[in-house]
Design a protein around this ligand. Structure first.
Ligand SMILES: Nc1ncnc2c1ncn2[C@@H]1O[C@H](COP(=O)(O)OP(=O)(O)OP(=O)(O)O)[C@@H](O)[C@H]1O
Ligand code: SF4
Ligand SMILES: [Mg+2]
Length: 369
């Protein structure tokens, strides 16, 4: 598997991102009006990187992930924008793919592990049959080869392959099912893996063991991954870059340490300061005041202004776009310099806290695996 991956990565080492989103807008038609779930997201996913999308519930993270693989609900429309997928010299306009090519794209190029997919296994079918169905649906006819690949992947995700391949889903714990889902997503050797809340439904020890496994995937295989998570600890542990989403927009984007130590958007700062410390630090626990906006009737100007402690009159009328606030670091805020001054005056030590929060004694983690 490693050889196959490195060949793929050579093929994308031409400097172009394997995935580029440009000005993506997604809306859901509802009785109450159009829910503007994603509003103009422009984002590159770089070869071999892991990018975390963070933000409160309802900020549009899942909608953005599902747009990439075009698995949105039937009431959703991508109303504007382009999604470009690249492999080597090949360039694919994802939003124009016809059904057979789209199916191929979803498993062979860009696989997704859904939020709450843990309960989506068919309870009366063994894991092997589910693997085989997936492989066969993509034209793979060589049963022994599929089985070998499945066993190899199950071993990679640190499961006992011979036991798990013959098991029914109900015989597996939540953590084991999550590993099987990740193995299944890797079956057709995709270039990109999107993981929507990969640890959310799991207990803390199981979360930890999944994080360790994903870190191996990232470090050993140099996989290109997008994590969607409202859990900042997952982002701190796994991401090279972090994008904060608010009301359907990316409002801050940058290297993981810049985001957690030097946030420049008041919303990111609020998210970080709302994380309780478990290490005995003295970070003040504060929550972000107010509620997420109504996505049918959005506020004027900057969508965060009704909740923002840094808001000024301009914020009520003009919506800021992302601008450079440091090398490879961008924020959409008129007053990011004030945020910088605040962070200077009262430093955040979130990343250390978050990373320590998921450190656990190795023997406990072993037991959770
Ligand atoms: N099928 C749907 N029909 C109508 N509105 C929807 C649908 N799916 C999502 N939405 C709305 O779109 C917005 C974005 O939802 P989305 O699920 O993308 O957010 P999220 O950031 O993934 O949240 P969470 O952290 O809770 O998973 C929300 O306001 C949500 O209510
Ligand atoms: S633009 Fe204004 S309201 Fe928006 S985040 Fe910045 S300071 Fe707050
Ligand atoms: Mg979601």
């Amino acid at each position: 598997m490693r050889q196959e991956r490195s060949a793929r990565h050579q093929s994308t080492a031409n400097g172009l991102a394997p995935l580029s989103l440009a000005d993506i807008h997604v809306a859901y038609a509802t009785k109450g009006g159009m829910v503007q779930a994603v509003r103009g997201v422009t984002l590159d996913l770089l070869g071999g990187e892991s990018l975390a999308l963070i933000g409160e519930s309802g900020s549009g993270k899942t909608t953005l992930g599902l747009s990439i693989v075009r698995l949105l609900a039937s009431t959703a429309r991508i109303t504007r924008g382009t999604i470009t997928y690249r492999r080597g010299e090949q360039q694919i306009d994802v939003l124009r793919l016809k059904p057979p090519a789209l199916r191929r794209f979803r498993w062979s190029e860009c696989a997704i592990v859904f939020q709450s997919a843990l309960n989506s296994f068919n309870p009366v079918v063994r894991i092997w049959e589910q693997v085989w169905d997936t492989a066969a649906a993509h034209g793979w006819k060589d049963r022994p080869a599929v089985r070998r690949r499945a066993l190899e992947l199950l071993r990679f995700v640190q499961l006992d392959p011979d036991r798990v391949i013959n098991a029914y889903a109900h015989e597996l714990s939540g953590g084991m099912r999550q590993r099987v889902l990740i193995a299944l997503a890797l079956l057709l050797n995709p270039q990109i893996l999107i993981l929507d809340e990969p640890t959310t439904a799991l207990d803390i020890l199981t979360q930890r063991s999944i994080i360790i496994m994903l870190r191996r995937l990232k470090e050993e295989q140099k996989f290109t991954m997008m994590f969607i998570s409202h859990d900042l600890a997952v982002a701190a542990e796994l991401a090279d870059r972090v994008a904060t989403m608010y009301a359907g927009k990316v409002v801050e984007l940058g290297p993981v340490n810049d985001i957690f130590y030097q946030p420049r958007h008041p919303y990111t700062l609020g998210l970080i300061r709302a994380v309780p410390t478990v290490t005995g630090g003295f970070e003040e626990l504060a929550s972000i005041r107010g509620n997420p906006p109504n996505l049918v009737h959005l506020p004027s100007g900057c969508k965060f202004h009704p909740r923002c402690p840094f808001a000024t009159s301009r914020c009520k009328t003009e919506e800021p776009e992302l601008e450079a606030v440091g090398p490879d670091h961008f924020a959409a805020c008129w007053n990011w310099r004030d945020v910088a001054a605040e962070v200077e005056a009262r430093p955040v030590h979130a990343a250390a806290t978050l990373q320590t929060a998921v450190e656990m004694p190795a023997d406990q983690v072993e037991r959770a695996m």
